[in-house]
Design a protein around this ligand. Structure first.
Ligand code: KG4
Ligand code: ZN
Length: 338
């Protein structure tokens, strides 16, 4: 089954053709990063307009690269939630138009489910059940992945996502957007033990996260230093803050995986590209005899190949939508409706 997949939930306009959920025939990503850099983050209005400009040619190129025409395609998968609503609507409406004109079935795909599916592309042998830590710009979830379409959230952030905290910290350090990526680079030359940050605790749950206190403590540290006219060593500060976030993610992952009894640990989402996280998780898994899976770097961030992969498994469950399909800014991963 060949799926044409479309993704426009944030600041990448992407399309891909994926066969049987695992074989990527094409993967086109038009990034808007350059447009948003001057604003220090994604400007939703600009993102929507840029998706509208790019989407036709991105889809056309995805078909061309896969040496396909729309006649060779069996279904159209599209990210419909969660994300920036104006951005999502561009992809959803384009997919609906294509479905109407071609008669092909439409498969709505949850963005975080597709981030998890990025691992099916990198590891053709990987099958649920497994544990997954999803760390994207807007979400931090620990998930018991019971099957391709059955998810149980066992831990989540109560406030900011880990990615959001990294982005805000990076911005305060004067690093360009996308902050997480630039923090990763600068931290490579730093000492992760140079500064101490609190290990946050969340009431009544051992597995939930809270990143807002950590974020505030690094912002305060930087502002206080500025007021005193002190220059902070950014590589050390970046590495120490990253270490606090990564250690927190790793400790809770260890608790959750032990509780669930899984042997397979999967990373997903933009932050799963982070070198320190990948290194620490590899160590944790080695110590416990668990197998670690993390997507190839090009499939960590937003792309449509992962949408085509998850779309295949949704289609197996007959999770098709009609032309009334809408987009949603929020949508739980474990209880999707459309
Ligand atoms: O999954 P994603 O591409 O988009 C959302 O669905 O949100 O995740 C974006 C997040 C941003 O917070 C970005 O700073 C972070 O992923 N990110 C990284 C790295 N690359 C991207 N964070 C840390 N290290 C990286 N190498
Ligand atoms: Zn994403």
């Amino acid at each position: 089954m060949k799926i044409l997949a479309i993704e426009s939930s944030c600041d990448e306009t992407a399309a891909a053709v994926v066969e049987d959920g695992r074989r990527v025939l094409s993967n086109v990503v038009a990034s808007q990063v350059k447009e948003h850099i001057v604003f220090g983050g994604v400007v939703p209005e600009i993102a929507s307009r840029m998706h509208a400009e790019a989407i036709s040619s991105v889809v056309e190129n995805a078909l061309k690269d896969a040496e396909c025409t729309i006649k060779d395609i069996d279904a159209i998968a599209v990210t419909y939630a969660p994300g920036l609503i104006g951005a999502l609507l561009v992809g959803v409406n384009f997919a609906k138009g294509l479905s109407l004109s071609s008669g092909l079935p439409l498969v709505p795909v949850h963005h975080l489910r597709s981030h998890i599916a990025a691992n099916y592309i990198t590891f053709p042998e990987l099958e649920p059940p497994f544990f997954c830590l999803v760390v994207s710009g807007g979400h931090t979830h620990m998930i018991n992945v019971k099957s391709y379409t059955d998810f149980e959230i066992v831990g989540r952030t109560r406030d900011d996502a880990a990615g959001e905290a990294l982005d805000k910290a990076a911005r305060t350090m004067g690093l360009d957007y996308p902050g997480g990526l630039n923090l990763d680079k600068i931290a490579a030359n730093g000492n992760r033990n140079a500064y101490k940050f609190p290990h946050p605790k969340v009431d009544s749950s051992e597995l939930d996260f809270s990143f807002s206190g950590l974020k505030t403590s690094v912002i305060n540290l930087i502002h206080n230093a500025k007021q005193k006219g002190e220059e902070l060593p950014l590589p050390d500060l970046g590495a120490s803050f990253l270490s606090a976030v990564v250690t927190y993610l790793t400790k809770n992952t260890e608790k959750a995986v032990k509780m669930l009894g899984h042997k397979k640990v999967v990373l997903a989402g933009g932050v799963s590209a982070n070198s320190m996280l990948r290194r620490d998780m590899a160590e944790l898994c080695k110590k416990n005899g668990w197998q670690l899976y993390s997507p190839e770097i090009k499939y960590c961030g937003d792309n449509a190949a992962m949408v085509g992969s998850q779309g295949f498994y949704e289609a197996q469950k007959n999770a098709f939508a009609g032309l009334e399909l809408n987009a949603y800014a929020t949508m739980p991963i474990d209880d999707c409706s459309y």
